[in-house]
Design a protein around this ligand. Structure first.
Ligand SMILES: C[S@@+](CC[C@H](N)C(=O)[O-])C[C@H]1O[C@@H](n2cnc3c(N)ncnc32)[C@H](O)[C@@H]1O
Length: 341
């Protein structure tokens, strides 16, 4: 068993935690959580969580824990862990990152230096050199509540790859499109796996389909608007990394008959149209229809304005609520993300 630390950053922390756990489930990685709070998830696993981490949009980095300890006036190590993958004659550096207010007397630079000398001694027989600009191994120390968690960085997010797929960067822009990191997170919450059939019944410009196709799913989209179907097709042509199909269909009576995972963003009647229907009625009828499409035991995820209380509609239709996450988008919109089975 190894210890890992998942570090989440940004303004949507609850979504970040849920997304990481969903990806661990999707990738079938067994683990035990020690705690998840204050931007940190500390877990034990016999598997390697890197594949799950690398598909997350809201995770900042994944560390394999090397040491845990206390830090106030000086550093004291309370737990030391093995790390067999370090090779001989390589270089390393240590960076420290403080979460929350400064609570320690010792400075960040001193922490980096002291933990650097710990690493140096720990791997004495590996003859490691310090290299601050281009090291072979990057160690991160996360400091929180007078404790530190020192780990080898296995993965960290590259925001640029998300930026390149933002709605404004796509060949066909549609108003009301969700930001790419949000779209990825909702697709992840559906626990979609490589080779699955993924379905977005309100696909708009195809943002969710782009993300599911990058994850290796066969991506099916439908929309009642012919313009949206054309727009999604253009965008998928540019960004998809696998097979996809987009058709014109009403999500309340869909042509699609089978899906392993569904994630979608139905219209809120703000920027995108409900085509004359009440938001609540449209949601109800779509959820009822989706029950005939979604494989048993699999997940459906959707976003909706909190004020319409989507959980009541979900219960009425007979789905089980797995999680409910609120994300404040702006003054007049809190998006409620529902994960149901
Ligand atoms: C919020 S947008 C989806 C945006 C999309 N997730 C994206 O990021 O580009 C909602 C879409 O639902 C479509 N729509 C409205 N009523 C529909 C219905 N009954 N069946 C299918 N699509 C519908 C609209 O045409 C619109 O494209």
């Amino acid at each position: 068993m190894n210890k890992y630390l998942a570090y989440i950053r940004g303004q949507f922390l609850p979504l970040g935690y849920e997304e990481f756990f969903a990806c661990m489930e999707a990738e079938n990685i067994k683990y035990r959580t020690e705690f998840s709070e204050n931007q940190i998830i500390l877990l034990e696993s016999a598997g390697n969580p890197s594949k799950a981490a690398s598909r997350c949009a809201f995770l900042h980095s994944l560390l394999k824990v090397v040491a845990i300890g206390n830090v106030d006036e000086s550093i004291s190590i309370t737990n030391d862990y093995r790390l067999d993958e370090i090779e001989k004659n390589k270089s390393f550096c240590v960076r420290a990152n403080r979460i929350g207010k400064k609570q320690t007397r010792i400075s960040r630079v001193e922490i980096e230096r002291d933990l650097g000398s710990h690493i140096y001694k720990k791997f004495e027989n590996k003859y490691l050199n310090v290299n601050l600009t281009n090291p072979d191994y990057q160690f991160y120390a996360i400091i929180h509540n007078k404790k530190f968690y020192l780990g080898l960085k296995l993965w960290s997010v590259d925001r640029e790859t998300y930026r390149k797929r933002e709605p404004s960067q796509r060949p066909s822009f549609r108003p009301g499109s969700m930001k790419t990191d949000f779209a990825r997170a909702l697709v992840n919450l559906s626990r979609v796996r490589e080779g699955d059939i993924f379905y977005d019944p309100f696909c708009g410009g195809g943002g969710f389909l782009i993300e599911s196709s990058i994850l290796g799913a066969y991506s099916l989209g439908s929309d009642i608007s012919a313009e949206a179907v054309l727009s999604a097709a253009k965008n998928l042509k540019k960004f998809s990394e696998g097979d996809f199909a987009i058709i014109r269909s009403d999500s309340r009576k869909s042509i699609i008959r089978k899906a392993d995972a569904i994630a979608t963003d139905p219209p809120y009647a703000i920027q995108s149209s409900t085509h004359g229907k009440q938001v609540k009625d449209l949601l109800h009828d779509f959820l009822l229809e989706s029950k005939t499409i979604l494989e048993p035991g699999r997940y459906l995820v959707f976003g909706s304005p909190k004020r319409i209380e989507p959980e009541k509609i979900v219960k009425k239709v007979g789905y089980e609520i797995v999680s409910m996450i609120d994300a404040r988008i702006h003054k007049s919109l809190t998006r409620r993300i529902m994960v149901v089975k």
